[in-house]
Design a protein. Structure first.
Length: 317
C-alpha cells in the first residue's frame, strides 16, 4: 500500500481520533496479504482502554450467518432437510396454522413477526435481561403471520432464534458449543465466541456506547441472554477468516457457501435480496453479499468491502 492511500485511510478514520471516544478496528487485505491494519478510539471510555487488533466486538446481526452455517452443516451431515416443516423440530412452540420450512426462516421469507417488536409491545426494553424463554413466550402467542411464507421478504430475528433452537434440539449441544467445535475452531477463529448470557466474561470485549450526535456518549449495555440472531463476539482478524471462505472455500463445503450466497425466490418469481444469513446488493456494477442492521455492516464483492460493528475490513481479490 502506498503512502498516499494509507494517509487517505487514516483521514477516513480520523473522527475516531478526536479525544476519548468509541472507535474502530480497520483491516484491509489483498490476495491473502494484510495491507492495512490499524485501530482507533477506545474500547472502554471510563478506564480509557484503547482499541487494539485483539479487541473483541459484539457484532449483532453479523451473527446470523453463523447460525445459518450451523444449520447447513447439519444439512450436509444429513441430519435435517432444509424443506422440513419446522414443526418437526419445534412444534411445541408453534401456534400459527401455515406450514413453514427451515429454508424460509434462513431466507427471511417466513412471515414470522419479529421478536424485538413483540417483546417491546409487552413493555420489555432492549436493555433488560432478555432470555430465550422470553422469546419463546412471545413466539407461542403468535397465531398469525405477517404474510404467507415465501410470498414476501421481511427481516425477522425470530426465525434465527428458531434456527438456533433447531440446532440445539438435533445435536444436544448449545449453539455456542456447536459453533465453537464446527466453525470457530476449524477456521482458526480463536478469539471468537457466541455469548450465552450477559453474565459471561469475554476478555478484551469493547463496551457499547450510544452517540448523542454532539460528542456526548452514554454506556448502552447489552444485557440480553439469547443468541441465534445475535451475540457473536469477534474481531476483524478472526472475521476475515470466515469472510475469506466466501471467496475461496477451503474449510467449509462449497455447497454450503453457495447456498448462503443464493438469494431467495419469492412465490411470484421475483428474487429477494436476502440469502442465507447474508444479503445481496449491486455495488458499482458488482454483486455484493453483505449483512447489515443499523450500524453493523459486512460486505464483500469481487473487489470486496467488509465492515463489522464499528470495525471495518476490506479485502480485494
Amino acid at each position: 500500500m502506498n503512502q498516499q492511500l494509507e494517509t487517505s485511510l487514516d483521514q477516513l478514520f480520523s473522527q475516531w481520533q478526536n479525544g476519548i471516544c468509541p472507535g474502530v478496528q480497520a483491516l484491509i487485505r489483498q490476495s491473502g496479504q494484510t495491507l492495512y491494519e490499524k485501530s482507533f478510539g477506545y474500547a472502554n471510555l471510563e478506564h480509557q482502554i484503547p482499541i487494539t487488533s485483539r479487541t473483541i466486538f459484539h457484532v449483532a446481526s453479523i451473527s446470523k450467518q453463523f447460525t445459518v452455517l450451523s444449520v447447513l452443516l447439519l444439512w450436509k451431515d444429513g441430519r435435517l432437510d432444509l424443506d422440513d416443516d419446522i414443526r418437526r423440530y419445534v412444534g411445541d412452540l408453534i401456534s400459527f396454522e401455515e406450514p413453514m420450512t427451515i429454508r424460509q426462516m434462513m431466507n427471511n421469507v417466513s412471515g414470522l413477526r419479529d421478536q424485538w417488536e413483540l417483546l417491546f409491545m409487552r413493555g420489555i426494553k432492549i436493555n433488560d435481561a432478555i432470555t430465550s424463554e422470553d422469546v419463546n413466550s412471545v413466539l407461542k402467542g403468535q397465531r398469525h403471520l405477517n404474510f404467507p411464507p415465501q410470498s414476501a421478504y421481511l427481516y425477522s430475528n425470530m426465525g434465527f432464534h428458531l434456527l438456533a433452537l433447531i440446532v440445539e434440539r438435533i445435536t444436544g449441544q448449545t449453539l455456542p458449543q456447536f459453533a465453537k467445535e464446527r466453525i470457530f475452531q476449524p477456521l482458526g477463529m480463536e478469539h471468537t465466541c457466541i455469548r450465552s448470557g450477559y453474565q459471561e466474561i469475554i476478555p478484551g470485549l469493547a463496551y457499547s456506547y450510544q452517540d448523542e450526535g454532539n460528542g456526548t456518549y452514554y454506556y448502552n449495555p447489552l444485557n440480553y441472554s439469547l443468541y441465534g440472531p445475535t451475540s457473536v463476539n469477534t474481531c476483524a482478524e478472526d472475521l476475515s477468516r470466515m469472510l475469506d471462505e466466501y471467496l475461496h472455500p477451503s474449510v467449509i463445503d462449497p455447497d454450503i457457501i453457495r447456498l448462503m450466497k443464493t438469494p431467495a425466490v419469492l412465490s411470484d418469481g421475483t428474487e429477494a435480496e436476502y440469502c442465507g444469513g447474508l444479503m445481496t446488493h449491486k455495488l458499482e456494477g458488482l454483486t455484493s453479499v453483505w449483512q447489515a442492521r443499523q450500524l453493523q455492516r459486512q460486505v464483500y464483492v469481487d473487489r470486496r468491502v467488509k465492515t463489522m460493528n464499528e470495525s471495518v475490513y476490506y479485502t480485494i481479490d
